[in-house]
Ligand binder design. Structure first.
Ligand SMILES: [Zn+2]
Length: 400
């Protein structure tokens, strides 16, 4: 007996993600997998239960390459916008809120709500960064796969040594990652990269001008903030260069490295990203909220840097919604081709996570967990325009 019946889903348009939009398209599914995709005329005679989705477009589900579900309980922090670009001011607020030590159930429930929101928005996989090992279990029972990374911090002296000692005690089944070049020292970053091996290595990189000032000079708001936190900043030798060039000098830039944000990078650093095949996770919604600036997306695309999208957390983004990330990106870079933006939210992320055989496009053999998205488009060209500009107006349902 079949686990699932055969279904033929028909919609005015199908976005396969690896070819042109198919008008009057259809997707045949069997046993949890896509068996065929094409025009309805080609597939209409197959023996399968027909499901008509008038007024919809069928797409692959989305992939969120950067989130912190643990911070979902701090959604109130997005009530007031921070002073534009004042990263340290925002971190102070975040740490003050975390110091109030909420009940673990509140943190856990909010994280699960955050994950439920991602699922409701059509997200099938999420790279989640957290500070609690138990967060690796957040995805249990959810269809949205959670790829969890435990984040370590320790810039220099005793704080870096403590982080290295902690790392030595963490089981190999837990993926670990450094927070950022201003909060994780060179020995810690190298140790984490070595441990990651051929696995994904995500890290916040070049998010704010304050970060770059600190890396170049060892001074500025980050130096003050770290000193305030008891870090012996004076023992940190600033590399005297931008964040990407610094990571290259540490030998940690390669195809597994995922630079999250990548806002303040110079042309020469974009070339380094391209040279090493390192990817950038754009977080346009969070960047807009923080007022840190816009990533040089056109230059990155021109050099062939792999680009993916992330929401970041509810503490720096009022929405956990990849459709809104696509919308913000297009508002800020109106010349970007809509198909490239959609790819950033789907196939590019699936490829980066090594999930492209199951997710991110519609082709025989991928998972039949697809989306039917309500869409008023009348022509093929209008479909991706709508999908990448509708933001929170998007209404969808999951097929299977
Ligand atoms: Zn983040």
């Amino acid at each position: 007996m079949q686990e699932y019946p055969r279904y033929l889903y028909r919609a005015p348009f199908v976005v396969t993600g690896n070819g042109p939009v198919i008008a009057d398209g259809a997707v045949l599914t069997e046993n949890g997998l896509v068996a065929a995709v094409g025009s309805y005329a080609e597939l209409k005679d197959v023996d399968a239960q027909l499901e008509e989705y008038d007024g919809h477009v069928i797409t692959s589900p989305l992939v969120n390459c950067h989130a912190h579900l643990e911070l979902s309980y701090l959604a109130g922090l997005t009530g007031d916008s921070p002073k534009p670009g004042d990263m340290t001011g925002w971190i102070r607020g975040l740490l003050a809120a975390r110091a109030e030590s909420p009940e673990p159930e509140i943190v856990h429930d909010a994280a699960r709500m955050g994950l439920a929101r991602l699922y409701a928005g059509g997200c099938r996989a999420v790279v989640d960064i957290g500070n609690l090992q138990e967060s690796s279990l957040l995805g249990e029972g959810f269809k949205t796969e959670v790829l969890f990374f435990l984040e370590l911090l320790g810039l220099c002296g005793p704080s870096e040594e403590a982080a290295l000692a902690t790392l030595a005690g963490i089981g190999s089944e837990v993926c670990c990652t450094p927070h950022a070049p201003y909060s994780a020292g060179p020995a810690l970053i190298r140790a984490l990269k070595k441990r990651a091996g051929n696995n994904l290595f995500p890290m916040h990189v070049a998010e704010s001008a304050q970060e770059i000032e600190f890396l170049r000079t060892g001074r500025g708001p980050f130096a003050d903030f770290l000193a305030e936190r008891g870090v012996e900043v004076a023992s940190f030798a600033p590399p005297g260069m931008g964040a990407v060039r610094y990571l290259e000098s540490l030998g940690v830039l390669d195809k597994q490295t995922l630079c999250v944000h990548g806002v303040h990078v110079e042309d020469e650093e974009i070339a380094l990203l391209a040279l090493h095949g390192a990817a950038v996770c754009l977080c346009p919604g969070s960047n807009r909220f923080m007022g840190v600036g816009r990533a040089p997306v056109h230059k990155m695309r021109a050099q062939g840097v792999p680009l993916v999208l992330g929401t970041d957390s509810l503490a720096s983004n009022p929405q956990l919604n990849l459709w809104r990330e696509m919308q913000v990106l297009r508002e800020e870079h109106p010349d970007l081709p809509p198909e490239a933006v959609f790819a950033m939210a789907s196939i590019n992320g699936a490829r980066l996570l090594g999930l492209e055989n199951r997710l991110g496009r519609i082709a025989p053999g991928v998972s039949s967990s697809l989306l039917a998205v309500r869409c008023p488009a009348k022509t093929e060209a209008e479909v991706l325009e709508y999908l990448t500009l509708a933001g929170t107006e998007i209404r969808l349902e999951w097929l299977e």
